[in-house]
Design a protein around this ligand. Structure first.
Ligand SMILES: [Fe+2]
Ligand SMILES: [Fe+2]
Length: 249
């Protein structure tokens, strides 16, 4: 069995079984594809004017700019969430939405690393640094999009979305709404909670309350609200003493 690397340093997702209880191999009955199961390279038919959108090329260029505080894994998970929301909101243009969410946080690479967490810490924060990561992110995103030959009109819209993705309290478009919602909904995913726990030294229960308090009421789309509520409910159940007792048993 090939080893698949874990996506994130702060999380441990089970990728292989410890064994097999059922006596027969069922692998032949497992479909090769299924609705909602996506990969980054094959996120086709993402095309503009007959040319494929080079999400993999964008990622290659963006990853080095995201290699701190699990920002890289955050961006990939947020991309996955945005793809799911896009499937529920077909009026949005994924040629705008998906590159925008993939590249939205690359501007953190231009903020001094020791100041990044103070910029986003609960109970205060540094709006000036939040703004800086937006403007620098917009500038860097334009370079990356030009580098992969992305559609020019879509590029303008992507840059506009990134420049204000955190500080702007309203949305410019449905694509902007999906980017904002995917970014925030990530916080209440298992990976989001793992990361926030490490950032601020919080237990899982505190991280869940902190993240949940900053998500549901701030979302713009119905699919994101449903997704976030489901994730928060799952996170809550994990913490129930009844669940812990099962795990111990
Ligand atoms: Fe951001
Ligand atoms: Fe983000």
């Amino acid at each position: 069995m090939s080893e698949i690397p874990l996506i994130a340093s702060y999380s441990a997702v089970k990728l292989h079984p410890r064994g097999r209880i059922f006596p027969h191999d069922v692998l032949d009955a497992v479909p090769r594809a299924a609705p909602g199961v996506i990969d980054l390279v094959g996120m086709a038919p993402l095309q503009r004017d007959g040319r494929p959108v080079d999400l993999a090329g964008m990622w290659e260029r963006a990853a080095p700019l995201l290699a701190t505080r699990d920002n890289d894994a955050h961006s990939l998970y947020a991309l996955g969430i945005a793809a799911a929301l896009s499937a529920e909101l077909p009026e949005a243009d994924p040629v705008v939405t998906l590159p925008a969410i993939l590249l939205h946080d690359i501007g953190w690479s231009r903020v001094p690393p020791d100041e990044v967490l103070s910029a986003i810490a609960p109970g205060g924060g540094r709006p000036d640094l939040v703004r800086l990561h937006e403007t620098e992110g917009a500038r860097l995103a334009r370079e990356i999009l030009r580098g992969v030959g992305h559609d020019v009109d879509a590029t303008d819209r992507i840059v506009e979305i990134i420049d204000g993705h955190d500080s702007r309290r309203y949305t410019l478009s449905i694509e902007d709404a999906i980017v904002k919602d995917a970014d925030k909904t990530w916080r209440v995913t298992p990976h989001g909670l793992d990361v926030v726990m490490e950032w601020f030294g919080l237990g899982r229960a505190e991280a869940l309350r902190l993240c949940a308090s900053r998500v549901v009421d701030q979302l713009f789309t119905d699919p994101a609200r449903a997704l976030a509520r489901g994730l928060i409910a799952m996170g809550s159940v994990t913490l129930w003493p009844q669940s812990a007792a099962l795990a111990d048993g």
